[in-house]
Design a protein around this ligand. Structure first.
Ligand SMILES: N[C@@H](CCC(=O)N[C@@H](CS)C(=O)NCC(=O)O)C(=O)O
Length: 245
């Protein structure tokens, strides 16, 4: 089988990447012991869909974490992880969409609009880019995300309402997590665990104080689930790569 190269944002906050959808993909690959090499590429516009992550395999490039996972599952003879034939699978589909669509916007808001998030992101981007260029890249990214969040509607909401919604989604998630272990997926950690975890892991790990992340850090059930999450395979240190044109 052709080797798989997974293009992700750089590691950060003790995580192998700061990209939520890439975290999901790496966790799923590791869980199924599918070998890959992680390539660091901070420019999502170099991917086939202009979004991070993406893969390259045998000259073929593919974007969108769900499409990649479905494709690789078929390639490795695994059942379709997105199948939706039971009420439990339907509930998990709803949970994934709530976190990958709505919660993801709240995450972006805390990173690029909240002053504490902006400060940290600016420092992180400046540390990864040549001097003088970093502040310009950060300003351009922050403008891009502000516009996107405004267009989606969430950027027009008062900060207190955004925080309330984010906390509410985490509280709803906690109702699905049991105290004594257990997973969102009925047969052990699976796509729903990895997808939702990808969206909340940064908030649990980042150092800055933002309203929704502070709430997440104060939730023992959420922290315990995060600690139980299979450790990502860090045997293959990520290499910095330039994506194919
Ligand atoms: N549905 C896509 C979403 C990927 C996505 O939104 N990635 C974000 C990073 S976490 C991105 O590339 N954002 C850049 C942008 O929106 O311009 C997937 O599952 O891979």
């Amino acid at each position: 089988m052709e080797p798989i190269r997974v293009f992700t944002f750089a590691p950060g906050w003790g995580l192998p990447t700061v990209g939520p959808f890439a975290l999901k993909l790496l966790a799923w690959l590791d869980h199924h012991a599918i070998p890959y090499s992680q390539q660091i590429e901070n420019r999502s516009d170099r991917g086939p869909m202009g979004k991070s992550p993406w893969i390259e395999q045998g000259g073929r490039r593919m974007g969108d974490s769900d499409a990649i996972i479905r494709h690789l599952a078929a390639q490795h003879g695994l059942p379709d992880p997105m199948r939706c034939d039971t009420p439990a699978q339907a509930a998990n589909l709803g949970l994934r969409i709530a976190f990958e669509e709505r919660f993801h916007q709240i995450l972006e808001w805390e990173l690029f609009v909240h002053p504490e998030g902006r400060r940290e992101m600016r420092a992180m981007i400046c540390a990864q880019t040549p001097p003088l260029v970093g502040p310009l890249i950060f300003a351009s990214m922050a403008r891009h995300f502000r516009r996107q969040l405004h267009a989606r509607g969430i950027g027009r909401m008062p900060p207190a309402r955004i925080a309330q919604e984010g906390r509410g989604l985490l509280d709803a998630l906690a109702l699905r997590l049991t105290d004594g272990g257990g997973w969102l997926d009925p047969d052990g950690p699976g796509l729903t665990d990895f997808a939702v975890w990808g969206q909340v892991a940064q908030m649990l790990c980042w150092p800055m104080q933002t309203p929704v992340a502070d709430h997440a850090k104060a939730m023992p059930k959420l922290r315990a689930w995060h600690e139980r999450m299979p450790k990502l395979n860090l045997d293959h240190p990520p290499s910095r790569a330039t994506a194919s044109p």
